[in-house]
Design a protein around this ligand. Structure first.
Ligand code: GLV
Length: 321
């Protein structure tokens, strides 16, 4: 029987499904497997299911000659050495689509949290600072009818825009490499072709672009300097913003506060300024983390493997150029 290795013990339903076709080995230690442990555990495996923070290097790929599929339970796949995978004829699967609404919910949650100082006030309650009825330290701003600027207009950003327009009557602008006129007219969005113009005219700025060479630090000092009292939400990838400049921008008032579900690096040092900053709220890369979506992504990762095994197309295959 062919073998599959799963790098976490989080996915009983996916393991059950895979077990109909494969002998499945699951990593069951609390710490994530090291490269050496992946190599040892995945020997003779046809496929592995990996998580976003399993670094699948060329060394790992070369050390498991039986490997035919790397199935990442994530949309992003920057943890995998694509060149090594291609030259070893390994297919890569990912799990886009099903997390869209879940991530959009989470983005709105972070926006509302920043707007109304939910986490920041809770920190004080935990510190015993709720002495009498006094809202004045926590007076936030409305979300309803405010201006939202979106960087990138992929599926998640579109769902965020839909919530913002239909649920909160926000005035939504976006910048994207490619203009999307159909979504624009459906949701009445304003397209801005210059990112510097976008960031100058918003109350909330939400980052949704994929991380590429072009979007690395797309929000940097130049952009922060143009902002005024903006609340920033990042649920895409940490390196899309310059974090040191974010801290400066908060300290000098260009940015009011920030909610980061992604950081650079991930996880951040828990003693670092970015984690300790009173106006920065960090969550541990939770965008897609609802029970329903977590489970669906694992099942999709399993099906991607089964499909290759049955000589069918993956539900989602990463095309390596
Ligand atoms: C999460 O960030 C993912 O890429 O699925």
């Amino acid at each position: 029987m062919s073998k599959v290795f799963v790098t976490r013990n989080w996915h009983p339903n996916a393991v059950k499904l895979l077990s109909e076709y494969f002998s499945v080995k699951v990593w069951d230690q609390p710490a994530i497997p090291t490269s050496e442990q992946i190599i040892n555990s995945a020997q003779e495996c046809f496929a592995i299911i990996t998580e976003f923070d399993d670094k699948i290097t060329s060394d790992i790929i070369k050390s498991i000659p039986s490997l035919k599929v790397i199935s990442n339970r994530a949309v992003g796949y920057e943890n995998i050495d694509l060149t090594a995978a291609k030259s070893n004829n390994i297919k890569i699967g990912n799990t886009p689509g099903i997390l869209v609404e879940t991530c959009a919910d989470f983005t709105m949650g972070l926006m509302l949290d920043l707007a109304r100082n939910i986490t920041f006030s809770n920190r004080n309650v935990l510190d015993g600072k709720w002495i009498s009825f006094d809202q004045t330290p926590y007076l936030g701003t409305d979300v309803y009818q405010k201006r939202l600027a979106i960087v990138g207009l992929g599926q998640i950003a579109t769902s965020v825009a839909r919530r913002a327009v239909n649920g909160f009557n926000m005035n939504v602008s976006y910048w994207s490499r490619t203009r999307k006129t159909q979504i624009e007219s459906e949701l009445n969005l304003n397209y801005v072709d210059d990112i510097n113009e976008l960031v100058q005219n918003c109350d909330y700025l939400s980052i949704h672009c994929a991380l590429t060479e072009d979007t690395y630090r797309i929000i940097d000092k130049e952009q922060f300097d143009l902002m005024q009292d903006v609340k920033l939400i990042n649920t895409s990838r940490g390196p899309t913003i310059n974090q040191n400049e974010l801290i400066n921008a908060i300290n000098n008032g260009n940015i009011n506060s920030a909610a980061l579900d992604v950081t650079d690096p991930e996880p951040p040092n828990h003693k670092s300024e970015i984690v300790k900053h009173p106006k920065i709220l960090i969550t541990p890369h939770l965008g897609s983390g609802s029970q329903e979506t977590f489970n669906k992504m694992a099942i999709m990762a399993a099906k991607n493997i089964i499909n290759v095994y049955q000589n069918k197309n993956m539900i989602s295959e990463v095309v390596i150029e």
